[in-house]
Design a protein around this ligand. Sequence first.
Ligand code: NAG
Ligand code: NAG
Length: 393
Amino acid sequence: MRLPRRAALGLLPLLLLLPPAPEAAKKPTPCHRCRGLVDKFNQGMVDTAKKNFGGGNTAWEEKTLSKYESSEIRLLEILEGLCESSDFECNQMLEAQEEHLEAWWLQLKSEYPDLFEWFCVKTLKVCCSPGTYGPDCLARGHSEAQEPVACSTQAIHRQPCRPRKSVSPNTHSKPSGSSCQGGSQRPCSGNGHCSGDGSRQGDGSCRCHMGYQGPLCTDCMDGYFSSLRNETHSICTACDESCKTCSGLTNRDCGECEVGWVLDEGACVDVDECAAEPPPCSAAQFCKNANGSYTCEECDSSCVGCTGEGPGNCKECISGYAREHGQCADVDECSLAEKTCVRKNENCYNTPGSYVCVCPDGFEETEDACVPPAEAEATEGESPTQLPSREDL
Ligand SMILES: *[C@@H]1O[C@H](CO)[C@@H](O)[C@H](O)[C@H]1NC(C)=O
Ligand SMILES: *[C@@H]1O[C@H](CO)[C@@H](O)[C@H](O)[C@H]1NC(C)=O
């Protein structure tokens, strides 16, 4: 660790924390890096606070201790713990900035006890104080920030804002106009994120959490109701799923029912879309009701129309299938009492929904019989040994 002998107080040019990084997309921002360094520095101060403290209280020991407290030796120990030796960027940043840190340590610590404020905000100007934002840690225009702004009610997303005259009771903007919407203590009323908060980026507008809307995130979105509202706090709570708007938690507190629910005896209840006439699904589908909606699903392949899932809910069976134990099942045409394949010696093969009649291998096919090879040349006649057996596929 190299420490300069002289600290050139206040005369140092402001050094950039980061070398220009073309692939900066995923890199921590300069403010993040600075904050990380300060956090480690503060940890280093904690870690070294008890050092050389022998437990004695002689004048000599107290003098030694107080000397150590603000000594360069202690600073050196703190600096040595700031970066892992393998962390190139941390070490690079530290080398560039250690004169600042030494100046603060030796000269400015009592005047500016908050190292983050002094180092990251005031000196390097890479961060803003919490609750402020933007390149100068100021709102775009002071007058605009002093007044609450009217925003579109599109909720959730960042809202384009225009100055508005009326003053909302939830405004905490500092007169200086340097803070996030809703003030630096609880930006966005605690119900949203202030764009650029604490950094040199953003515009200070609010991105509200789910359920909240308005420039200060104090209004409730549709589907939420205000369960608490006083001068400083606004809490929005989700309605029952059956309500589009509501004033309380249950389906009896709906102002308006959500699509798919209807008002019935003071409560929003699910509509059974499947009971509608004409039915909402096609003839080859069945309807499944759900809370607030429904789905159409394909009938089993053995059905002609159905009332539900599987071969047991067919209205009718497709040709070649017949109801068996309540389910549409393939008919084995080959085992019917009435012979299916009528030519002599012919084999019958069952197939799903149908059957085929074929002569055995080597048999000659004629109009009304399968002729065995031995007999093919001889005159046709009975051949009791050649009775083919029925086979199923
Ligand atoms: C507003 O409500 C919050 C949350 O319950 C409470 O902490 C706060 O003290 C209340 N403020 C006033 C002014 O009543
Ligand atoms: C509808 O929601 C209730 C609970 O709110 C649940 O008990 C019921 O099973 C749901 N019905 C359907 C069809 O999803």
